[in-house]
Structures are given as C-alpha cells and as structure tokens.
Ligand binder design. Sequence first.
Ligand SMILES: [Zn+2]
Length: 275
Amino acid sequence: MMPSQVTPKPEETMSLGGSSPATPRRLKGEDEIRRDLAAAYRIIALKGMDDGIYTHISARLADGPSGQKRFLLNSFGLTFDEVTASNLVTVDESGSILDDPYGSGVNAAGFTIHSAVHMARHDAACVLHTHTVAGVATSSVKEGLLPLNQWSAQFHGAIAYHGYEGIALDLEERARIVADLGTLNVMMLRNHGTLVCGQSVAEAVKLALNLERSCRAQVAALSMGLTPDPLPEDLAAHTAQQYARAYERTEASDSDPEWDAILRLIDRQAPGYDI
Ligand SMILES: [Zn+2]
C-alpha cells in the first residue's frame, strides 16, 4: 500500500531525538512491538549491518503483573533475516527466559549491555547494537565521528563514548557503560561498534541507519587523500537541533512515513517477518 501523504524532505523526517524525555513514551501493544522488532532485525540484515548471529536488538515490553521487567530478544543461533515476530524470546532483566516458543534460548551474555541500558534508561524502548565495518572503523579512531556532512551533523554533541574493556560481561563495566551513556541516545563503543537507544523500535532503527550512513561517509571522505572540511561548530549544532525537533514531532505523532516505508521495503525484500 502506498503512503497516503507526501513524504516530507529528509531534513524534516530524520533527527537524533536530542536529549531524552523525562517521561517514558507510552509503550505500544506487545503484538506491535514484536512486529516492529522483527522488522528491525530484517532491515539491519537487508542493509548488511548484521554480524552473523551476534549483536542484538532488544525491546522493552510492559511490566508483567507482578512488576516483572520483560524484554524481547532474538532467539540465539538465528540469523537476523530468520527473526520473526513469533520466534522472539521474552527475558527478564538478567536474561533469564520467561517465554521461548522454539526453545533455542538466548545469548544471555550478549544481553548484558542491553539489560544495563534498559534498566537505567526507562525512556529507551529499544536498544540496538551493531558491529558494522564502518561503525567499528569509526569507533576505532580517537576523533570518533566528525561533523563532515548533514548525516553526521545530526549526531553532533550527542554521542557518548565508552572505552573498550574486553567482551562486556563484567558487571562493573555495565555500570561504566551506563554512566558513559548518561542521557544520550547514541554511543560509540570504542574499538567495538555502536549502540543506539530509541523511544520506539522505529526511532532506534532510523538512528542506527543514519549513524551507519554517517560512518560510511566518513570512511569514504577520509579515504580520498584530500583535505576533510568539517562543518563549523555552530552550524553542526544548529543542524543537530533541527533533526532533534523533527524527530520529536514524529515520535509525538501517530504517523511515521519513514518507518512505514521501511516496513514496505521489508515486505518486498524479506517478507514473513510479521508472522
Ligand atoms: Zn558487541
């Protein structure tokens, strides 16, 4: 089905989301969260941003009747293009399984970063972690992401950095990850990859896609042997604010044409995610 409205210009549709809202966004119903999370796995795979069976995208569900925290995670061993709404596993904050329709379990160790972020950041409905070549490359230079273009300007002043400490299984490191992230929604895990938080699954995916474009563009720009020309500080900051305001408008509305377009793309190229 085609969108019923004219798609706004990119400047009006994509942004970082800026500072985190104090009030958690109302969670969608579980069926919709499952559909969106399965779609997130599929689009990350379609864009070549997956890493075999590793890295995760997690989504928070409404608390259980007794106040138990509940999160959705991919079944361990599935590639991202095999994830569907119904084969997602429900876990608690420690990664213990609450519901596992196929009995495949989860990578509890891989959930530790996600759990730490979810428990500290109740405004984060979705936490998306990747190991893309461009993201890892950008996380591996001391300057991190530079404001070299419009894509990267949206992240200006809004990226947290966390130094590498080995595979993140250590409980003490989880506390440092949360402290380094603070109230920001995007983090470079140095020498490792990237992590984004979204007020919705859709927001997390859009941030991740834009961050990936930014990293790829930086890798390309710095590979030409010519002189990089970063945006001046005030212009990068202005652009970041423009994106942030536009993103907040999208999150506050019931309409998200960009996410709808992503769902249609998945329907065409990786159907079956929503079963
Ligand atoms: Zn990782």
